[in-house]
Design a protein around this ligand. Structure first.
Ligand code: F6R
Length: 604
């Protein structure tokens, strides 16, 4: 959510800043801007819209220098326009910021003799530091003292007119990394931003602030004490976020799933012993309750896992939406295990839930894709999903890897509780090992699903129905469709529809029914009949046995590879991803960067 990049060095920076912004565009893309120190003079260009608008602006009004900061915005305070775009300038000070300054109105009042030009919370930071400079404080003190006045969340970078090449930066609540180069230092919201520039990153810790020059960096903690932080070597290099021959990152990421699921399995399953292989700290022996907390797609992974943990390991599970968790004052037990599920590992509400549990003495784990993220660093146990960088704003491969990891963790929990017979363990492990092949086969249905998406994409509203562990996949299918095609869609437990929402079914309303041939198949088909008799137009996602059973009752059938009940939700996910993707492509939306969204939601 909002992307920041900065470079201070000995050669010009504008092109590289813009390149970094493009890599960060998935974090927000409603406006962007660059500010440069050119011979100690600040020059700035900003533009509303995508980064290409900024590039056009820079083409017409070139600016360059050896130090600069840049920003791509996801609006919180103030509409997305040029005036509200970062960097914000006051007097000698120019700032980029990710997060929310909660006391910005108080600061604006305190500085009422200043002229504020934007509607943003960020602008107060520039005014605060400029006020302190005008009062005669040296830049370092002006910066550090201003930080003390800020309440809320921030990752920020700042340059000062009239100064040598230097970037001031700070983090509290929002992630920020320093990149170490040769005669050059960098600042970035994440490793992707800096992938082209360096592999040596230093992740600032809560409350840290720093001063970067081309040759050096100095880091201070929240009490202004000089500190050292470890340098992390990032692997992956510049290619880590390329689209290859795919039209969209989302499609590439959908197609990566046989491989990403394999990588996840390798981490949690011993394929030779046919046994789960969990990190030793993840010990379920004394755990009597699991709390799964996440947002959006990741929360649906948690909902599927509830079925698994309860049915297979016999451990009761609470699944909470992160934005509600800490405010409802949940009853916590010392024998509970909290697991945050998050692709980015930075989602503000999920992180706050993790901290809430940690502060209340609950053992915490974080199931994340980004192992250098704040959640991975703060949780007692960091659990990787190894899906690789996910750039498409709509989550796909991270979701199936979250599910895969949670499936394997369930088996590990069941083994440590002594409730998994050898025969059942063998059957369930085998079903996991078969998954990459089944996902590959499911991807062969791409063409057929694309054809179905043509009519489907003409709908204004759609429903997704499922039972059992397919219910969260119905939610996920509906969310995927909404966010990238802008078609209104709702997922429902198939048995729940008649308690109200069925009133919305009319002639031609599309209803996607997820019904592999399992113990609940007949019941789901009864619910399908209820909507058919009210005019619904069905897309049935089932398997070979389900298709045989249904005969020619339904015209549009997607026949998925036959999977074990345990892994079936992961397999049906492929179909709902492709259906949403092709609907969006038919409609011509911006699939990888849908309107109003951002990949990493670092504000509440
Ligand atoms: C939907 C989507 C979001 C994320 C949610 C949590 O496609 O991507 O719903 O799942 O914002 O993000 P993470 O997993 O990074 O915590």
């Amino acid at each position: 959510m909002c992307g920041i990049i900065g470079i201070t060095g000995t050669s010009v920076v504008t092109d590289r800043l813009v390149d970094g912004l493009k890599r960060l565009e998935y974090r927000g893309y409603d406006s962007s801007g660059v500010a440069i120190l050119d011979d100690r003079v600040i020059k700035r260009e900003r533009a509303e819209g995508k980064i290409k608008m900024l590039e056009a602006r820079l083409g017409a009004h070139p600016i360059d220098g050896q130090t600069g900061i840049a920003h791509t915005r996801w609006a919180t305070h103030g509409v997305p326009n040029e005036t509200n775009a970062h960097p914000h300038l006051s007097g000698r000070v120019c700032v980029v910021h990710n997060g929310i300054i909660e006391n910005f109105l108080d600061i604006r009042q305190e500085l009422s003799h200043h002229e504020f030009v934007s509607e943003t919370d960020t602008e107060v930071i520039a005014h605060l530091v400029d006020e302190a400079l005008s009062a005669g404080l040296p830049p370092i003190d002006a910066f550090s003292q201003s930080l003390k006045k800020l309440k809320g969340a921030y990752a920020l970078g700042l340059i000062i007119d009239g100064e040598d090449n230097r970037i001031f930066c700070a983090r509290a609540g929002s992630p920020l990394a320093i990149g170490v180069g040769e005669n050059e230092m960098y600042l970035g919201s994440d490793a992707l931003a800096l992938a082209q520039l360096t592999s040596n990153l230093i992740y600032l810790e809560e409350g840290d602030w720093a001063v970067l020059t081309p040759e050096s960096y100095e880091i201070f903690d929240v009490n202004d004490k000089a500190v050292t932080r470890p340098v992390t070597i990032i692997s992956g290099g510049p290619a880590m976020a390329e689209k290859g021959n795919y039209r969209h990152f989302m499609l590439k990421e959908i197609y990566e799933q046989p491989e990403t699921i394999t990588r996840t399995l390798e981490n949690y399953i011993d394929e030779f012993k046919h046994a789960p292989n969990l990190p030793h700290e993840l010990d379920f022996t004394d755990i009597d309750r699991i709390i799964l907390v996440a947002c959006g797609t990741a929360s649906y992974a948690g909902m599927v896992a509830k079925y698994w943990f309860e049915q297979i390991a016999g451990i009761p599970v609470d699944v909470d939406i992160a934005s509600e968790f800490r405010y409802r004052q949940p009853v916590l037990s010392q024998k509970a295990l909290f697991i945050a599920i998050s692709q980015s590992g930075e989602t503000a509400d999920t992180l706050a839930a993790l901290r809430y549990c940690k502060n209340n003495g609950v053992k915490t784990a974080a199931l994340v894709n980004v192992m250098t993220s704040t959640m991975a660093r703060e949780a007692d146990i960091a659990l990787p999903i190894n899906a690789g960088p996910e750039i498409g704003v709509a989550s796909t491969k991270a979701f199936t890897s979250q599910l895969t990891a949670l499936a394997a963790i369930t088996l590990g929990a069941a083994v440590s509780k002594g409730v998994l017979s050898a025969a059942r363990q063998e059957a369930l492990i085998k079903s996991l090992i078969k998954m990459p092949r089944q996902v590959k086969d499911a991807l062969e249905l791409d063409g057929a699903i694309e054809a179905m998406a043509f009519d489907f994409s003409k709908a204004k509203n759609a429903f997704y129905l499922g039972r059992g562990s397919q219910v969260p996949i119905a939610f996920e299918g509906a969310l995927k469709l909404k966010e990238i095609s802008y078609i209104h869609a709702e997922g429902y437990a198939a048995g729940e529809l008649k308690h109200g929402p069925i009133a919305l079914i009319e002639d031609g309303t599309p209803v996607v029914v997820l019904a592999p041939f399992d113990a609940l198949f007949e019941k789901t088909i009864s619910n399908l009949q209820e909507v058919v008799s009210r005019g619904a137009s069905i897309i049935l996602i089932t398997d070979v046995a389900g298709a045989q059973h249904i005969g020619d009752m339904v015209k549009n059938i997607i026949i998925m590879p036959t999977a074990h009940d345990f892994t079936a939700p992961i397999i049906t996910t492929i179909a709902v991803q492709l259906l949403a993707y092709h609907s969006a492509v038919h409609l011509g939306t911006d699939v990888d960067q849908p309107r109003n969204l951002a990949k990493s939601v670092t504000v509440e």
